[in-house]
Design a protein. Structure first.
Length: 289
């Protein structure tokens, strides 16, 4: 009995790690935007929702090859990210933070309403029958395993872009000292645009991976938005490494909680852990005071 219990626990931990890959991808995009632009996009998960709908309509309804549909979804959400910055964020960059939060929060409800009017509240899915993999009496979702691998590749690509290119170096520099970099001739507006597009592209990539596992509907962002924001705060807002670490910690807690009880209790335990850490380290796991 103990051996079977250990297998179930190990299975829950591995599934939590696999789920953490997509959460880490989402937190990377949000942390990147906050670290550079210094604005938290409350509507970030709604961009993911539009990417999931793009995948559904192209691959699920019009039979576009799934790889081409994914490229289109990533491109569309990347453009949406750029438009969010140009039309919503840029005009209020100098305003108090509460105004910025209200603006992106209002955009959240606007995007939900648009999706509801266009596609109703019906749950839709791609209808793909992906296999379940068995290993040593443990079972893992092929979709989750694929999502984990692609998420790691996407995060590695972003890391290489930030460390091996001029614009990537400018993004990292502005995130560290915005005032000095402007004095040194860095085009702040261009860096903001590139950052918003990359952040949107990461949301689009996450949408392509999530639609393989979940139904899409106008309020699907509620399932991922709050946990993504909590991950970013837990790791330290703007700290990409901290967000990466926090994503896996919380996803494992959620998975283990779901093993012993309902999945919802896993989220409760993750939130309790978040509150405890905030009392001990208000700046987050790897955040600076």
């Amino acid at each position: 009995m103990d051996e079977i219990f250990d297998i179930f626990l190990l299975e829950a931990i591995v599934n939590g790690i696999l789920f953490g890959g997509v959460l880490a991808l989402l937190s990377l995009g949000l942390n990147l935007i906050f670290g550079v632009v210094d604005v938290v996009w409350i509507c970030y998960a709604e961009l993911v929702m539009f990417g999931m709908y793009t995948m559904y309509w192209l691959a699920g309804v019009y039979d576009v090859p799934i790889l081409l549909a994914a490229i289109a979804a990533i491109g569309l959400v990347s453009v949406m990210g750029l438009l969010v910055h140009v039309l919503i964020i840029a005009p209020i960059l100098g305003s108090p933070p509460i105004n910025q939060l209200l603006a992106t929060g209002g955009l959240l409800f606007f995007l939900q309403s648009v999706a509801t009017l266009m596609w109703s509240i019906e749950f839709r899915n791609l209808g793909l029958k992906l296999p379940i993999l068995e290993f040593n009496e443990m079972y893992f979702s092929y979709a989750r395993l694929l999502a984990f691998g692609v998420a790691l590749v996407g995060m590695a690509a972003v890391y290489l872009f930030l460390t091996r290119t001029y614009i990537g170096a400018a993004i990292r520099a502005i995130s560290q000292d915005r005032e000095v970099m402007v004095l040194m001739g860095v085009d702040e507006k261009k860096v903001y645009w590139v950052t918003a597009a990359i952040g949107g592209g990461l949301a689009g990539l996450a949408a392509c991976l999530l639609v393989l596992q979940y139904d899409v509907h106008p309020f699907v962002g509620i399932s991922f938005g709050p946990i993504t924001f909590i991950i970013c705060v837990l790791g330290g807002l703007g700290n990409m490494l901290g967000g990466f670490l926090a994503a896996f910690i919380l996803s494992i807690i959620i998975s283990i909680g779901g093993l012993y009880s309902e999945t919802e209790w896993g989220y409760v335990l993750a939130f309790v852990f978040f509150i405890i850490v905030m009392f001990i380290r208000p700046q987050g796991l790897l955040g600076k005071k």
